[in-house]
Design a protein around this ligand. Structure first.
Ligand SMILES: [Zn+2]
Ligand SMILES: [Zn+2]
Ligand SMILES: [Zn+2]
Length: 259
């Protein structure tokens, strides 16, 4: 098992529309602060020579170019909403770079949905096998190992939809969550760093708003919490200035270490 420190890179910190939103003239969508430019939510977790991608957003190609991502040892999916899966086709570039299929880990319902959303990828009769991504699907059923490191899935609720967060060592990523089931709280103990959903200021049926996110982050008690999946109601500088000392707002390109 590797005990090397983790490097986490936030590829995208925005909600499903991204920020700026198409056709919006609000102060945040027109902001000059680069931290208010938010692509769809995704991170890469790296250690030693390994890197694990969480979700494949519609901006995956641009996110990989912006952050010089050259290797993907596995993709983990939190759930099948389109802002988290639409970039799946771009994984074929990693087939070429690594000369191997890309291992994909997700809940069974997510794997089933990926196969109905991207039928051409999983069509064994495909006429152009070189033009489609080659993926090895693995259904998540408890902790699993990638490149010598154990990864623990964290069951979460996104409205009524069961989704997954993921814990690597003392780091956890919990996007798209509106409720943490009782059985998942022990999986969030003793965290060094937590990334947690905080969509906007007003309540929302399937995401924590900022107030709920602060409350849950306090109870979880990570040394440092970053909020993600941010909508255009939240201007980075203004809102971050009022947060507790151990909480910050994530932004695209943010990189930090964790044990
Ligand atoms: Zn706006
Ligand atoms: Zn979602
Ligand atoms: Zn989402």
């Amino acid at each position: 098992m590797s005990a090397a420190p983790l490097t986490i890179t936030v590829l995208g910190s925005g909600t499903s529309h991204g920020v700026p939103m198409i056709g919006c003239d609000c102060d945040v969508c027109r902001s000059d602060d680069p931290r208010d430019l938010r692509t769809r939510p995704s991170i890469v977790v790296s250690w030693d020579e390994a890197s694990v991608l969480i979700d494949t957003t519609p901006e995956l190609r641009l996110q990989c170019l912006a952050n010089d991502i050259r290797r993907v040892d596995a993709v983990l999916y939190t759930h099948y909403h389109i802002d988290h899966v639409a970039g799946l086709d771009d994984l074929r570039r990693f087939n070429w770079l690594q000369e191997a299929p890309v291992p994909v880990y997700a809940q069974t319902d997510t794997l089933d949905r990926l196969q109905s959303m991207f039928p051409y990828v999983f069509d064994r009769e495909s006429q152009q096998p070189s033009a489609i991504p080659k993926l090895d699907l693995h259904a998540i059923d408890g902790s699993f190992e990638v490149a010598g490191r154990s990864i623990t899935p964290i069951p979460l609720l996104h409205g009524t939809m069961p989704v997954l967060g993921f814990r690597f060592g003392n780091f956890a990523y919990c996007t798209d969550v509106s409720e943490i089931p009782g059985a998942s709280w022990p999986l969030l103990e003793n965290l060094d760093v937590l990334i947690l959903d905080a969509l906007r200021l007003k309540p929302h049926p399937t995401h924590f708003n900022l107030e709920q996110a602060i409350d849950h982050a306090r109870r979880i008690g990570a040394r440092q919490t970053y909020f993600t999946h941010i909508a255009h109601e939240i201007g980075h500088a203004q809102v971050e200035a009022d947060l507790p000392d151990d909480m910050l707002i994530a932004y695209d390109g943010l990189e930090f270490q964790s044990q």
